[in-house]
Design a protein around this ligand. Structure first.
Ligand SMILES: Nc1ncnc2c1ncn2[C@@H]1O[C@H](COP(=O)(O)OP(=O)(O)OP(=O)(O)O)[C@@H](O)[C@H]1O
Length: 246
């Protein structure tokens, strides 16, 4: 299931990690990661709890310094802060509700320089909620606002870490469908961490399966989906103490 068409020049990627080691205070959590995302591509990162998905996302977003290896974001391998990368077209959304709860939906959008009409084009559901304080929106509505705000700024790379954590299946489906649409319409490259594996396979082009800090398997969504039961048994089950010892 390895990809054979990877021999492309660096500029073809909006994200390219080669031999990346990542972790905290010099302690390695993720080893030897080779992860790429092309414009218009939705790539999923799946794995059991503690596999290293968020550590990977934090590192490629500029929040965490790589321990070794290369990370090239939007064509530059020079290390930049998240805010500098955001100015160049990176958007990083997480499960943490990032809206300002005391401001209305419209004010949250305005603060980000995003027009309410553009946001409501992406999620028409937001139209009726524009005057409501974001703190009074449901979790799903808050994430629609977050995603609309991110997409309206026309990013070239979206990093989404468990955007749909704890949300109802229909909302998960809705958020993922919008991400897919944006990838197609805006030529946006997406790296997506998701616990809802079956749903993410519906929208992803390619998938990396992580366990204990390493990519154990990669393939197209169709390839991983065809063998999903075996993939789940081998790589997505919780890591036991015996695994850790071995
Ligand atoms: N700030 C930190 N300092 C030290 N170790 C950390 C820190 N954050 C996470 N870790 C460790 O790094 C490992 C990978 O965690 P990470 O959050 O990247 O996994 P994950 O795949 O995103 O898991 P989950 O699905 O549970 O969010 C875990 O063993 C975790 O305890």
């Amino acid at each position: 299931m390895t990809i054979t068409s990877e021999k492309k020049v660096a500029s073809d990627f909006v994200l390219e990690c080669r031999g990346l080691h990542a972790g905290y205070a010099g302690a390695v959590v993720c080893r030897d990661l080779d992860i790429t995302v092309r414009p218009g591509e939705v790539v999923a990162l799946i794995g059991a709890n503690g596999a290293g998905k968020s550590t990977t996302m934090l590192t490629v977003s500029g929040e965490l310094a790589p321990i070794s290896g290369e990370v090239s974001v939007l064509g530059s391998a020079k290390r930049s802060s998240l805010s500098a990368l955001a100015r160049r077209g990176l958007s990083y959304v997480t499960e943490e509700r990032s809206v300002i709860m005391g401001l209305t939906s419209a004010e949250n959008l305005r603060l980000a320089g995003v027009s309410a009409d553009a946001a409501c084009e992406i999620f028409p559901e937001l139209r009726a909620l524009l005057k409501r304080p974001a703190g009074l929106l449901s979790g799903g509505e808050q994430q629609m606002l977050t995603l609309a705000r991110a997409l309206c700024r026309n990013p070239r790379l979206l990093l989404a870490d468990e955007l749909s954590l704890g949300l109802a299946p229909q909302i998960v489906e809705r958020l993922l469908a919008v991400v897919r649409e944006a990838a197609d319409r805006q030529n946006l490259g997406v790296l997506l961490v998701e616990q809802h594996v079956r749903q993410v396979l519906e929208v992803a082009d390619r998938v990396y399966v992580m366990r204990r800090g390493q990519v154990m398997m990669e393939g197209t969504a169709a390839e991983i989906g065809a063998d999903l039961d075996a993939v789940q048994r081998a790589y997505l089950a919780p890591v036991s103490d015996a695994d850790e010892a071995g």
